[in-house]
Ligand binder design. Structure first.
Ligand code: SAH
Ligand code: SF4
Ligand code: F3S
Length: 475
């Protein structure tokens, strides 16, 4: 690897130089062929990856690529991968497998892989061995090096593997191409220090690093000025925001300051960790003008024995204290959670504790996951892995219980008028319009899709576990 690309991982300016070089080459191509080169970016995984992909597309656009909606006919394909469960890895690998025939049709097609899955050494090696048509690979720490790596590939035609490496300083100012004109992600921190025993994220995203508050606030101000209505602050554990920053602010300070920005917008954040979600944060939310009364607070398990083995550093009782305070301060708050079923050693009694917590907590919705052993994590080496048939039976019972609770919670909204951000025409039914409430619940109504990107008032007329139906109020 050349010196230029080594530096490009660390500093925005070198990224800019590489962008300019590729741009020249792409402009020459356009002149000769009469068409612009096209780039296709495919994303697996969480919002953090979606936010990274918007930067990849932003860099590609700055390099002169047109952003394509499908891989067919693309000149550059970037696959941004996830490693959180085995299923996510399998999907990414099988998708890349299908690109082999595109490469056969167009030998000049450049295929790159990035993100969490390829940040693991064993996966990078697998790509090297079994996917010879993948031209270069860059891990999460090398996001800003993408243009330099592409330039290097174009010049040397030697495959490049920049998989697992130490995290770099946060590259500020990378170009962004946002998918939406009214909903936006803002990453406020990268990495994770928690090492929950089941989780691969700390290994593939490195140690926690927070952005300074000023560039974050500047980004939010810019978004609001550009008409963005729904802004989500992202980090693996936003509650520990601020460590190591010069400003020394905590997450509540950041939110309080962001709330002072004038405009018609909602601020959200994810994800919170129950051990760090404190009263100060909840007080700031309750007193705010813009912060959505919505909280995603992953519980993972209701059993204290399992929580300890998961290295979560809280108990079910401590969790409930936070939850109760949240509801006391904001009775209208929407609360969602994550649950893992079948963690190693989970007994029938442990699972019953989870069921009891689900009854008690009355979440609006949960994301439930079947435990997936991740290579290199402590839990993967634990004894007493739960047999799949036991896990699946528990998973089904959990869903059944939560669906009933979710439907009941949603029915409480019938008759209420809610502020909803319109997403335009619904995918399945052209006569129907959909949108999201402040609590991020999906709502359908008959109406004009032209309200897309604006807040409207919808009176809720009926409800199910996963969606609400309503009538548009014209006022
Ligand atoms: N940092 C966030 C999100 C992490 S990944 C948090 O701490 O909540 C999102 C969810 O995936 C986790 O909350 C957890 O429920 C689930 N998850 C993570 N690793 C998993 C694994 N190995 N098997 C199954 N689910 C997992
Ligand atoms: Fe994974 Fe835990 Fe970090 Fe979330 S807090 S990313 S679950 S290690
Ligand atoms: Fe997946 Fe990486 Fe997110 S592992 S869940 S894309 S942080």
């Amino acid at each position: 690897m050349g010196k230029a690309s080594a530096r490009a991982a660390n500093a925005g300016i070198q990224t800019e130089q590489a962008i300019a070089l590729v741009r020249q080459e792409n402009d020459r191509f356009s002149m000769e062929s009469g068409r612009a080169r096209r780039a296709f970016v495919l994303t697996f995984g969480c919002q953090q990856n979606e936010a990274d992909s918007e930067k990849i597309a932003g860099m590609a656009k700055a390099m002169g690529y047109e952003i394509a909606a499908t891989p067919e006919g693309a000149d550059l394909i970037v696959v941004n991968t996830c490693a959180v469960r085995e299923h996510a890895e399998k999907k990414a690998l099988s998708t890349v497998g299908q690109y082999k025939h595109l490469k056969a049709q167009n030998p000049d097609l450049v295929i790159a892989m990035c993100g969490c899955m390829v940040s693991q050494q064993h996966r990078a090696e697998e790509i090297k061995r079994r996917y010879p048509y993948v031209n270069f690979v860059f891990g999460t720490a090398a996001l800003g090096a993408f243009p330099a790596l592409l330039w290097e590939w174009m010049n040397t035609r030697r495959r490049i593997f920049r998989a697992a490496e130490a995290e770099t300083a946060i590259a500020e100012g990378l170009p962004v191409r946002r998918e939406s004109g009214y909903r936006a992600w803002v990453s406020i921190m990268y990495g994770c220090n928690n090492f929950c025993s089941y989780c691969i994220v700390p290994y593939v995203r490195g140690r926690e690093r927070s952005r300074e508050p000023e560039p974050i606030l500047a980004e939010i101000r810019e978004l609001v000025a550009a008409g963005y209505r729904d802004i989500t602050l992202l980090g693996q554990n936003v509650n520990s925001y601020g460590k190591g920053t010069k400003a020394g602010w905590d997450f509540a300070d950041l939110l309080a300051e962001a709330d002072k920005i004038e405009g018609d917008f909602l601020l959200r954040f994810m994800t919170s960790h129950p051990k760090d979600a404190g009263k100060k944060l909840i007080d700031v939310m309750a007193a705010s003008r813009h912060i959505a009364h919505q909280f995603h607070l992953p519980l993972q398990s209701g059993s204290n024995a399992i929580l300890a083995k998961m290295n979560r550093h809280y108990t079910a009782e401590k969790y409930l204290e936070t939850l109760d305070y949240l509801r006391e301060k904001m009775p209208d708050v929407t609360v969602t959670s994550d649950i893992i079923v079948g963690f190693p050693g989970e007994t029938e009694e442990d699972f019953e504790e989870t069921m009891k917590m689900i009854e008690r907590a009355q979440f609006d919705m949960i994301f439930s996951f079947i435990y997936s052993p991740r290579k290199g994590t402590p839990a993967a080496a634990m004894e007493d892995q739960v047999p799949p048939e036991v896990t699946h039976a528990r998973f089904d019972r959990l869903l059944e219980l939560q669906n009933a609770i979710g439907a009941e919670k949603n029915r409480e909204l019938v008759g209420k008028t809610l502020r909803v951000l319109c997403d335009g025409e619904s995918k399945n039914d052209k006569a129907t319009v959909s949108g999201r409430t402040e609590g991020n619940k999906l709502v359908f109504w008959r109406g004009d899709p032209a309200a897309r990107g604006n807040f409207v008032r919808v009176k809720i007329t009926s409800a199910e576990a996963f969606a609400l139906q309503g009538e548009l109020l014209n006022d």
